[in-house]
Design a protein around this ligand. Structure first.
Ligand code: ADP
Ligand code: ADP
Ligand code: ZN
Length: 213
């Protein structure tokens, strides 16, 4: 099963993608996580990506597409995957479609987690991310057992620099301009599924499971 998670920054794509990955035993592939791992390791890709991420801008398509295609070509992706944060532009979606078509393959569903902008700023302000393993929490809606400490690995939780309100506003603009058109793109392909992302995380997950069967 090959899935794409669509939605604004903070809509809950990562939260749902992790649960889907676990239930269906497929890898969770997050381009944001790949970029952050590269930044942490000081790679050339990380240094380049950081310039854009800090500004709330998208990393250029050439760079992003290459890392994504490399990732999904790995052995663990052969039975499917759930993409979180990719594609974010129409050209990215086209590259993925063409690559899959060449393999006689296709995306099964694009799931749009729908959350209005008004809800997003509060969600992002409360998001906390683990510096080590990338696990995500929310100070109110998904609090770790001990404040500031990752349940999964025990390392420190931080507010991502790009989750500061000013940067979130920029990211929302970028989302509306460059990413939202993908809803129509996948709608036209007949694989778009919509879920209400404003309800409790477990209810969002239940709606997704209904779709996936
Ligand atoms: P969020 O989960 O809050 O939407 P991500 O972790 O997916 O954020 O992405 C963080 C940042 O990484 C984005 O703001 C962007 O700069 C960069 N990024 C991640 N995925 C892509 C992509 N597919 N195309 C371009 N930039 C990306
Ligand atoms: P995205 O990957 O789309 O950027 P995340 O999954 O990281 O979004 O979620 C953003 C923040 O909102 C996190 O702090 C997460 O714990 C929280 N969150 C996710 N889903 C919900 C929900 N249904 N209700 C309330 N908060 C949520
Ligand atoms: Zn951790």
């Amino acid at each position: 099963m090959k899935l794409i998670m669509l939605g604004a920054p903070g809509a809950g794509k990562g939260t749902q993608a992790k649960m889907i990955a676990e239930k269906y035993s497929i890898p969770h592939v997050s381009t944001g996580d790949i970029f952050r791992a590269n930044i942490k390791n000081g790679t050339e890709l990380g240094i380049e990506a950081k310039k854009y991420m800090d500004q709330g801008q998208l990393v250029p398509d050439e760079l992003t597409v290459k890392i994504l295609l490399d990732r999904v070509a790995q052995e663990d992706c052969k039975n499917g995957y759930v993409l979180d944060g990719f594609p974010r532009t129409i050209p990215q979606a086209e590259v993925l479609d063409n690559a899959l078509t060449e393999l006689g393959d296709k995306v099964d569903f694009a799931i749009n987690v729908d959350v209005p902008d008004e809800n997003i700023i509060g969600r992002m302000g409360g998001r906390r991310a683990c510096v080590k393993c990338g696990a995500t929490y929310h100070v109110v809606y998904n609090a770790p057992k001990t404040e500031g400490v990752c349940d999964a690995c025990g390392d420190k939780l931080i507010l991502r620099a790009d989750d500061e309100p000013e940067t979130v506003k920029k990211r929302l603009n970028v989302y509306h301009e460059q990413t939202q058109p993908l809803i129509e793109y996948y709608g036209n392909k007949g694989i778009l599924k919509e879920v209400d992302g404003t309800v409790d995380m477990k209810d969002v997950f239940a709606a997704i499971c209904d779709i996936l069967g």
